[in-house]
Design a protein around this ligand. Structure first.
Ligand code: EPU
Length: 432
């Protein structure tokens, strides 16, 4: 399997264009099936999770065509309501959106159990409670089966502001009878983007981005052309690449407001962050960085999907930092890999205590999930010597062209199919 070979300690400088938001695209692509019409989606990221969803949709007889690398035309007029036998559904978490979509459109669904990154238990009980509240009967045995004579709007209070449950309930409720109110709704930018997309198809969704979302059911939806927002987490990852290498990087095609919690934390650490209309310049060069405390929270708090990346930065800043992971039960598994590079991190349940070290030292590490994979790359960029990162398939799930984008800002990184000795190729000058 492919791995990345990185020769670190090079300050990254230059410009990076940010791709479309993975977690918006993986909701909006299935949501397009609610229309029984033709939908064109722009700024779709070219990542493995999207290719997987396209595969699932084609298995359901949806006509999906790439108009270019980032634009998809979806014609769902002849689709079927079953993806229960799809291996592709089991490969990713976001395939749970087919539940809400099929229920909303056909009042009936059969879907295999979704998979995804391993952060401990990843239940979908809040999604199912929401579908039941709308009137569906749900059985979960080998596959998830749902059926409703009629879907009726109701009030749904979420015990936790779950991104997936909020979006899934919106999908099931847009064509229900009457009004659905979701309280304690998730407020992430991708929730808002999905609501905006649904409205572009004729839905009546109000309040997305606040705690309370009101969905007035409409009879049917129509086709639309819609562009996905930029990816908050990809943006944050490149912002940290500048900070951790003492570089100077400008990320383009971003929405600075979505980055507020990350920009604020980087400033607290001592990094210079300069915002413009749709770009952010991050300067680590010449800055004296300080340790800090981070707590992951639902939006607008600091995102859990940036937790491994900021861990790498804090691991390289002398002094004691702390990270409290409050969203997922088990999202510190990757810390063992960072320890191999010399990081000094103790983990107690949801809390990581980081004693920053002067430098990390390159070695062989694994990507244990998508964001942990990005963190390993950042660690390799900061470390002395050569770092190899295996299990690159995790990174491919959510980062478009990561190697090329990093090379564009001066990183010595390349992808290798696993046959060469990286030490040897560094010595001979072919490595990166
Ligand atoms: N939860 C429940 N029951 C549910 C749903 C969630 O208890 O029915 C709990 C989870 O166990 C977790 C918390 O609620 O402790 C948050 O889960 P949420 O439902 O918000 O997460 P998700 O929708 O499954 C999305 C992103 C994740 C991101 C989380 C939190 C997608 C496809 N995935 O997952 O993104 O970590 O929200 O922001 O949107 C990633 O991109 O790397 C990634 C993992």
């Amino acid at each position: 399997m492919d791995r990345l070979i990185i020769q670190g300690q090079k300050a990254l400088c230059g410009n990076v264009d940010i791709s479309g938001c993975k977690n918006a695209a993986v909701a909006i692509l299935p949501a397009s099936l609610l229309a029984n019409d033709v939908v064109v989606l722009e700024n779709i990221p070219d990542i493995a999770d999207i290719k997987n969803q396209v595969r699932i949709m084609r298995e359901m007889d949806v006509d999906v065509e790439y108009l270019d690398r980032h634009t998809l035309k979806v014609d769902s007029r002849h689709m079927k309501n079953d993806c229960a036998n799809s291996e592709s559904v089991r490969k990713m978490r976001a395939s749970y959106y087919f539940l809400g979509v099929l229920l909303g459109r056909f009042k009936k669904a059969r879907v295999a159990f979704p998979g995804g990154c391993d952060f401990g238990v990843r239940p979908i009980d809040l999604h199912i409670k929401g579908f039941e509240a709308l009137g569906a009967t749900v059985t979960t045995k080998a596959v998830i089966e749902m059926q409703a004579d009629e879907l009726r709007g109701t009030n749904i209070f979420l015990d936790f502001a779950s991104v997936g449950a909020t979006i899934n309930i919106m999908l099931a409720a847009v064509m229900a009878e009457g009004t659905t109110v979701i309280e304690n709704a998730a407020k992430e930018p991708h929730v808002v983007d999905t609501a905006s997309f649904l409205n572009s198809m004729g839905a009546d969704v109000k309040g997305a981005g606040t705690d309370t979302i009101r969905i007035r059911g409409v009879k049917k939806l129509h086709g639309s052309t819609y562009a996905i927002i930029p990816d908050q987490i990809e943006t944050g990852t490149y912002m940290i690449s500048a900070a951790v290498t003492g570089g100077d990087v400008t990320v383009h095609n971003v929405i600075p407001r979505h980055m507020d919690s990350i920009s604020a934390k980087l400033r607290e650490i001592g990094v210079r962050v300069i915002e413009d209309d749709d770009s952010i310049r991050v300067i680590g060069k010449g800055c004296r960085l300080r340790p800090c405390k981070v707590k992951t929270l639902p939006y607008p708090g600091f995102p859990t999907d940036m937790q491994p990346q900021i861990m790498v930065l804090l691991a390289t800043i002398p002094g004691t930092s702390m990270i409290n992971e409050s969203v997922w039960d088990s999202r510190f598994k990757y810390v063992d890999q960072l320890r191999k590079l010399g990081a000094n991190i103790d983990v107690e349940s949801h809390l990581a205590i980081i004693e920053g070290v002067e430098k990390l030292v390159g070695t062989d590490v694994e990507a244990t999930d998508l964001r942990a994979g990005a963190a390993m790359v950042l660690a390799g960029l900061a470390a002395s010597g050569v770092t190899t990162v295996s299990n690159v398939n995790y990174i491919d799930r959510g980062y478009e062209n990561m190697v090329e984008k990093l090379q564009g800002i001066g990183a010595r990184i390349r992808r290798d199919s696993g046959r060469e000795d990286p030490q040897l190729s560094v010595i001979t000058g072919n490595a990166v």
